[in-house]
Each structure stands twice: as structure tokens, then as C-alpha cells.
Ligand binder design. Structure first.
Ligand SMILES: Cc1ncc(COP(=O)(O)O)c(C=O)c1O
Length: 372
């Protein structure tokens, strides 16, 4: 077998996103054991960095071994007993995944739906929580399947009014868009390493509020998923007791990615993503194209652009990949063939990144017959 030589891509999709060389370099450093004091130092740095990007003082903040879906299942499996009511606010694919996990864990799942690309108002959420009185409410902060950004307070305020804990999926927002866990009143948030944090996939940042921690500590039943049991993970990360072999190199990468974010400054990084988004929308509209989500409700770091009538989006994506080395995401579900999902994250969220993208996108769209 020849030595591996992956193609160099421009990752303008929804994730994984572009990774800085310093993060790759960190991954190549010597592996230590899962109980080595050095690993625990690295882990404490990771936890501190995650508190910064999450906008929280929650002591119970950690990285779950696994991708964003592992974070999702950690949230669902630790905070819902069989028969407990889970209310999911769904306007996209990933909210439905939360509902499906709830179903598999025996929760009584109720789903409120809106069309893909919309968000919930506080009045809509209030009506739903008062009618359903759930134990736990869940929403997706940045719905990657649509490009819509849900205001967390519109969900947390009414949910707390009926005593529900709130789970927020921050898989696409964390590191690029403020999550503000404490100010938003989110009880349980999870994310991933491969999007706004500009690291490889493999870890799922996770944070638990004091109220959620109390609920966890009072829970009588064991989490049926041993691997994602937060009590056992606390024994490992706080108590130094073996649980599983932490993916050491992935922790190195996440530590380095967080170090880069903290060096830039979280607010500066968020502002950079907002500026790149505004410039992106301007250039898209100058091409005569339209954004899928209404202004003011868009995820800054994941742009969804409508595919014009008569244009085959697959042809455009193929040209971008094979002729320019650029990856963008396709729409799926009800948005299949109707949108492009274009990530502007980390090292690509700037004027240079926009120039790389638009010079290739304009050519590929024109070739596919778009009047741009
Ligand atoms: C909003 C959202 N939630 C959950 C997931 C699942 O994450 P993963 O694919 O890392 O398991 C994704 C993946 O793109 C996502 O965008």
C-alpha cells in the first residue's frame, strides 16, 4: 500500500471545515496514556477553552469522544427517563434526529414543526410548552440542513416557565457564532469539533448547567448507554478513573484549535464571521441569486443559497470539486436540489476565502446555464 496522499480541498461545505496547519501539527505530537498527568493537563485546557467559546461558567463542560451525534445522544440519554416527555422544535433534519433518539430511548416525544428554513417565535414556543408541559425541550441553534439560526431565548424563557430543561444543538454554531450558554439559559448544549472550531471530526464539546447537573445527580436510573454516561465520564475527567481510552490526538487537535480561537479573541472571531457573511450575501445578490433564509434569521457561518430554476445543482457541485477542489454541501430532504449549503468558517471566513469561492462559483454556475 502506498503512503496516503489525500487531495487538498477547499472545504466550503457545512463541515468538516478548513483546518489550520498548527492543528494538524498538534495531532502529530507524541501520544501519551489516557491517565497520564499530561493528558489531564491538556484536557483541562480543552475544558477551559470550551467554556470560553460556549460562553459559560459551567464547571461541567467537557469533550465527549465521538462526533456531534454522540453529543446529541449524550444529551438525550442522560436527561430523559423512559416515559419522560420530550418536546422538540423542528424545522429541519437535525431536530428530527433528536426526536428519533428520544423515541429510541423510550421518551414520550412530541414534535412541533415549521417549514425548513424558518425559526420559532417565543409566542409559538410558549404556546407549545404550555400545551405540552414537557420535562425537556430541545431545539437546534444552527440548523445545518436549512441555514436558519434559532434565537435560544425564544425557547428557553417559555420552557423554564414550565420547569423544563432545555437541550440546544450547537453543532454548527459553536466557535463561529455566539452561543452564550449562560445568558441564553441553555441547560444542556453539545457541539462538534469539525465546524466552527476548525478541527477534525471526532470530539463533541458538551456543557451542563447547574440545574441540569442537579437533575442528573438525582436520576435514579442508569444511563442505558454506558459509553455516554456523564456520571462515569465525570469519574474519569474529574476523578482520574479509567472509563475509556480518550482519543489523545483528537484532544491535542481541539486544544490547538481552541488556542488559535482564544489568540484571535472569541468576539473578534465572531465579528469576522459576521463580516464574511455580509460580504457573501452581497456578492450572491449581485449574481442575481437569493438566500434561502430570511435576513436576520441566517446562520452567519453556513449560507444557504437557492439554486436557480433550470440549473442542476449536482453539475455545479461536481465542477467545483473536480475543477477547483472546492467542496460545498447539497440540500437534502425537502430542500434536495433546491439549495447549496456554503460554509464560511475559520480560516476561510475572510475576503481571500470569498475570492477563492466566488471566482470558481461564478464560472461553475455560468457553465451550468445560470444567468449570472
Ligand atoms: C445541527 C447538527 N446536529 C448534529 C449533527 C451531527 O453531527 P455529526 O455528523 O458530527 O455526528 C450535525 C452534522 O452535521 C449537525 O449539523
Amino acid at each position: 500500500m502506498a503512503s496516503l496522499s489525500p487531495p487538498r480541498r477547499w472545504l466550503f461545505g457545512p463541515g468538516p471545515t478548513q483546518i489550520e496547519q498548527r492543528v494538524y501539527d498538534a495531532m502529530a505530537k507524541p501520544v501519551v496514556g489516557y491517565l497520564d498527568p499530561f493528558f489531564f493537563e491538556v484536557n483541562e485546557d480543552v475544558r477551559a477553552g470550551l467554556r470560553e467559546v460556549f460562553g459559560t461558567r459551567n464547571a461541567f463542560t467537557l469533550a465527549i469522544s465521538g462526533t456531534g451525534s454522540a453529543g446529541m445522544e449524550t444529551a438525550v440519554s442522560n436527561f430523559l427517563d423512559p416515559g419522560a416527555k420530550l418536546l422538540v422544535f423542528s424545522a429541519g433534519y437535525f431536530a428530527d434526529r433528536i426526536a428519533e433518539m428520544g423515541r429510541r430511548h423510550g421518551a414520550q416525544v412530541v414534535v412541533r414543526r415549521k417549514p425548513w428554513g424558518e425559526i420559532f417565535t417565543e409566542a409559538e414556543a410558549r404556546e407549545a410548552v404550555q400545551a405540552e408541559r414537557p420535562h425537556v425541550a430541545a431545539f437546534v441553534h444552527a440548523e445545518t440542513s436549512t441555514g436558519a439560526l434559532q434565537d435560544p431565548l425564544a425557547i428557553t424563557r417559555p420552557a423554564h416557565g414550565v420547569g423544563a430543561l432545555v437541550i440546544a444543538d450547537c453543532v454548527t454554531s459553536l466557535g463561529a457564532t455566539p452561543v452564550d450558554v449562560d445568558a441564553s439559559g441553555i441547560d444542556i448544549a453539545y457541539s462538534c469539533s469539525q465546524k466552527g472550531l476548525s478541527c477534525p471530526p471526532g470530539l463533541s464539546p458538551f456543557t451542563v448547567s447547574a440545574a441540569a447537573l442537579e437533575a442528573l445527580n438525582q436520576r435514579k436510573l442508569d444511563n442505558p448507554v454506558w459509553y455516554l454516561d456523564l456520571k462515569l465520564l465525570a469519574d474519569y475527567y474529574d476523578g482520574g478513573k479509567y472509563h475509556h481510552t480518550a482519543p489523545i490526538s483528537s484532544f491535542y487537535a481541539l486544544r490547538e484549535g481552541l488556542a488559535a480561537i482564544l489568540e484571535e479573541g472569541t468576539q473578534k472571531r465572531f465579528d469576522r464571521h459576521t463580516r464574511a457573511h455580509a460580504a457573501f450575501v452581497k456578492r450572491i445578490e449581485a449574481m442575481g441569486l437569493h438566500m434561502h433564509v430570511a435576513a436576520g434569521q441566517r446562520i452567519p457561518n453556513l449560507n444557504t443559497v437557492r439554486v436557480p430554476e433550470g440549473v442542476d445543482d449536482a453539475l455545479v457541485r461536481k465542477a467545483l470539486l473536480h475543477e477547483h477542489g472546492i467542496e460545498v454541501g447539497a440540500g437534502f430532504g425537502p430542500l434536495a436540489g433546491k439549495i447549496f449549503r456554503i460554509g464560511l468558517m475559520g480560516p476561510l471566513a475572510n475576503e481571500d476565502g470569498l475570492d477563492v469561492f466566488f471566482s470558481a462559483f461564478e464560472r461553475s454556475m455560468a457553465r451550468a446555464g445560470a444567468a449570472v
